[in-house]
Design a protein around this ligand. Structure first.
Ligand code: SP5
Ligand code: ZN
Length: 334
């Protein structure tokens, strides 16, 4: 299987994150990449396909904001990473504000996704990796893997959050649509619900979104991922949320994934994008499921058995020492 990673993705390295009322080590750290690369071996640098596929998902104002945020933060006299603290809840009226604190609040849904001077280049590289994997699959490969980092599935069309800036799964899915694939499905098996991906495609019938994740009544991102969210307008029925409780092991997870795969089969996609997170592993420091390393091969075989051309994008997974083995187990299942 072809593996894609751009070295620019390493540079984004926030120093800390807001956690339970104080600051702690940023969980989505560059060491995650080293762990995965050590387990997988050599990877390809993706071709640079430019910004068009990013702008097919994200708003121009948001992309401009991501490029400018670190500079505006410095110009406002701050040191350290840019972190939002004021948010326009429930869609306040449009205001043409330029103050960095207003911009970053308007383009974020949480305060745990700092922006550094390297964040844009890293996110851009992550998007290029996703596009390269998609292109490999469109060209005939059965499956391809993008080592996306920063991850993507919490980022919406015009907001960041959950360690994510550009939504790599959405960019991959939209690129496949634009390449002529009539129906694209996204299977999200990160521990957390992919609120950004759901939001981007919520009212569209051409991209099916199915997610198995921790119940948002107890877990981040809280406000999305509930079972009664099933899509809207043309997208009615094209969103499927399967929340699971703390302590979930492979049997219940696999059953839920089969439910998701059956729904995707009924949708009959020409291409599948998998948002793969290894934060479902039993020892993950920020999560509460109990999958084992061999379980990932089981899940992957169930996906591969469906026969859809599959682009896999990396999402979460924060137990750095186990991360490479968990990703390797998953990819070997294909
Ligand atoms: C892509 C992805 O898995 N994003 C997860 C975002 C979860 N953010 C909220 C969890 C808060 C836990 N903070 C942990 C601090 C560790 N030092
Ligand atoms: Zn996650």
């Amino acid at each position: 299987m072809r593996l894609f990673f751009d070295d620019r993705q390493r540079a984004h390295a926030p120093t800390q994150e807001l956690h339970n009322g104080g600051f702690t080590t940023y969980a989505e750290m560059p060491a995650r990449v080293d762990a995965i690369l050590a387990a997988l071996g050599p990877v390809e640098t993706p071709a640079d396909r430019g910004e068009a596929a990013i702008l097919a998902v994200h708003s121009p104002a948001y992309v401009t904001f991501l490029k400018d945020a670190a500079r505006l933060w410095r110009e406002a006299g701050r040191t350290g990473d840019a972190i939002p603290y004021a948010f326009p809840i429930r869609a306040r009226r449009p205001l043409d504000l330029t103050r960095i604190d207003a911009l970053i609040g308007a383009h974020s849904f949480d305060a745990t996704t700092p922006i550094t001077p390297d964040s844009w280049a890293a996110s851009y590289g992550s998007a290029q990796s996703a596009l390269a994997a998609t292109q490999a699959v469109l060209a005939g490969d059965r499956a391809a893997f993008a080592l996306c980092r920063p991850p993507g599935h919490h980022a919406g069309a015009d907001y960041c959050g959950g360690y994510c800036h550009l939504n790599t799964a959405a960019i991959a899915a939209q690129a496949a649509r634009d390449a002529g694939v009539a129906r694209v499905a996204i299977l999200d098996i990160d521990y957390h619900h992919g609120n950004g991906t759901q939001d981007i495609f919520y009212d569209r019938g051409d991209v099916f979104y199915a997610s198995v994740h921790a119940d948002p009544r107890t877990d981040y991102p809280f406000f999305w991922g509930h079972a009664d969210e099933t899509g809207d307008g043309d997208g009615r029925g094209a969103t499927l949320n399967l929340p699971l409780p703390h302590g979930t092991t492979i049997d219940a997870f696999r059953t839920a994934q089969t439910t998701a795969l059956d729904a995707i089969a009924a949708f009959d996609p020409g291409l599948l994008v998998v948002s793969f997170g290894a934060d479902t592993w039993a020892g993950d420091p920020i999560s509460h499921f109990a999958l084992t390393t061999p379980d990932y091969a089981v899940l992957a075989r169930d996906i591969a058995a469906r026969g859809w051309p599959t682009a896999i994008v990396m999402e979460g997974g924060y137990a750095v020492d186990a991360l490479g083995h968990n990703v390797d187990s998953f990819l070997r299942g294909f």
